[in-house]
Design a protein around this ligand. Structure first.
Ligand SMILES: [Zn+2]
Length: 418
């Protein structure tokens, strides 16, 4: 049995419980109470630290394990082996930051699930879409300066599909590989070469509806990469349940999202990293720079519309694991900081990165809040992230990471026992 003592931020977003305690037994949370109410627990291992805060394990709702570079031209030399080696690095970095689960929206990381089940890998919980469905000439057709055959032949985290039958086939291949949801792209994006930030959409209504039906057949949902307004609309009108990025939302989109119970995952951190990169690097990737500049402000305006309408907002950094570009997974909590910069309070952002993100993993009954009976994914942090979210970006502050009841990171060894 493990007992954590400190200020408890339970993930529900209410005021913290001072002098609190969380008791873990096996892989479950047994008790959350004040320290004064703790029963006798002979033999229990007790953990605390200076200015200790206890919170649910963080979840990132938009990652791509193993891409390794923010530059499309580098991706052409990628192999599955290199990508998986990088994915292992990315997952280890997330774990050090306090992430105990993630939602991968485009990579082959779901193929590692059997290795996790066999006990060969100890990584955060994997929930993933497998390969992304993109139309020809879409955001997933990233090598548009090659012939179509060349682009389709390169190793990539995408399926380039054409027509309803190919959409269904790609969804079923992903499901066969262990996918938990379906990811499509109904607009172009910042990092692909041929498309634009201006009004457009990708995929027909029938293709989107086919993906939605296949996802529902899997007992899950479709999330769409959607930045330009027209592509957000077509996604929402045809049954998509979560919008990724959502740069150009309008009142009509917001209405549909409220009516259909849709989520938004804004991905502010990757745009911030891009902007920062371009502010200090000149003469490279002009398309990418232009699209970043065009979309940066719109992104925050859209998020403000969603916030006012009470749309559930998930937290996802959309990093690519590229240290030089400023988006390694060791900095994933930059997304939480950007959400605070956008007007959310730190307590709201913690709840979004735990409770709301657990809903995006369809695991809200098991993860996301500190409540008796839930799975024991818990952090002990030094500092007060409920007052200043930046506490979380310093890995030395994340003292203890517990996943499924197991201590998977422990910086408290050597500190005086309590
Ligand atoms: Zn992404």
């Amino acid at each position: 049995m493990l007992v954590l003592k400190g200020r408890v931020l339970d993930g529900n977003g209410g005021p913290p419980m001072e002098q609190g305690a969380v008791v873990l037994e096996g892989n479950r949370i047994r008790l959350v109470c004040r320290q004064s109410e703790l029963p006798e627990l002979p033999g229990a291992q007790v953990y605390t630290t200076e200015c200790a805060a206890i919170l649910p394990g963080l979840i990132d709702a938009h990652v791509h394990m193993g891409w390794g570079s923010a530059t499309a031209v580098d991706w052409i030399s990628m192999t599955p082996q290199l990508s998986m080696a990088r994915a292992l690095r990315d997952m280890a970095q997330l774990r050090q930051q306090g992430y105990t689960a993630f939602r991968d929206l485009g990579s082959d990381v779901i193929l590692l699930k059997p290795a996790v089940a066999e006990g060969l890998l100890d990584v955060p919980r994997i929930f993933g879409a497998g390969k992304i469905l993109s139309q020809i000439g879409g955001h997933g057709d990233v090598y548009q300066k090659l012939s179509l055959e060349g682009s389709m032949g390169a190793y990539s985290p995408d399926f380039l599909v054409n027509g309803v039958d190919e959409v269904r086939r790609a969804c079923r291949i992903n499901a066969r590989n262990g996918a938990d949801l379906v990811k499509i792209m109904t607009t172009g994006g910042v990092f692909s070469q041929g498309d634009r930030a201006t009004p457009h959409s990708h995929f027909s209504a029938a293709e989107i509806r086919a993906a939605v039906e296949e996802a529902e057949n899997m007992g899950s949902y479709v999330s769409s990469h959607a930045q330009a307004n027209r592509g957000i609309r077509t996604a929402l009108e045809n049954g998509v349940k979560c919008i990724e990025h959502g740069f150009y939302l309008d009142e009509y989109c917001i209405e549909l999202m409220v009516k259909n119970g849709c989520f938004l995952v804004p991905t502010l951190a990757i745009m911030h990293a891009s902007k920062t990169y371009f502010s200090r690097t000149s003469g490279v990737l002009p398309d990418l720079r232009e699209k970043t500049e065009q979309s940066y402000e719109a992104h925050y305006k859209s998020l403000e519309l969603a916030r006012k309408a009470g749309i559930p907002v998930g937290v996802g950094c959309d990093f690519l694991g590229d240290e030089a570009f400023g988006c390694p997974y060791s900095q994933a909590t930059l997304e939480l900081e950007r959400l605070c910069a956008a007007g959310y309070t730190p307590m709201e952002v913690i709840s979004m990165a735990t409770k709301t993100n657990a809903r995006l993993l369809r695991m809200e009954g098991e993860l996301g809040t500190l409540e008796p009976g839930k799975l024991a994914d818990v952090l002990l942090v030094s500092g007060d992230p409920g007052a200043d979210i930046r506490v979380l970006r310093r890995q030395e502050n994340v003292k203890l990471v517990i996943q499924d009841g197991r201590v998977v990171k422990n910086l408290l060894d050597g500190e005086k026992p309590q």
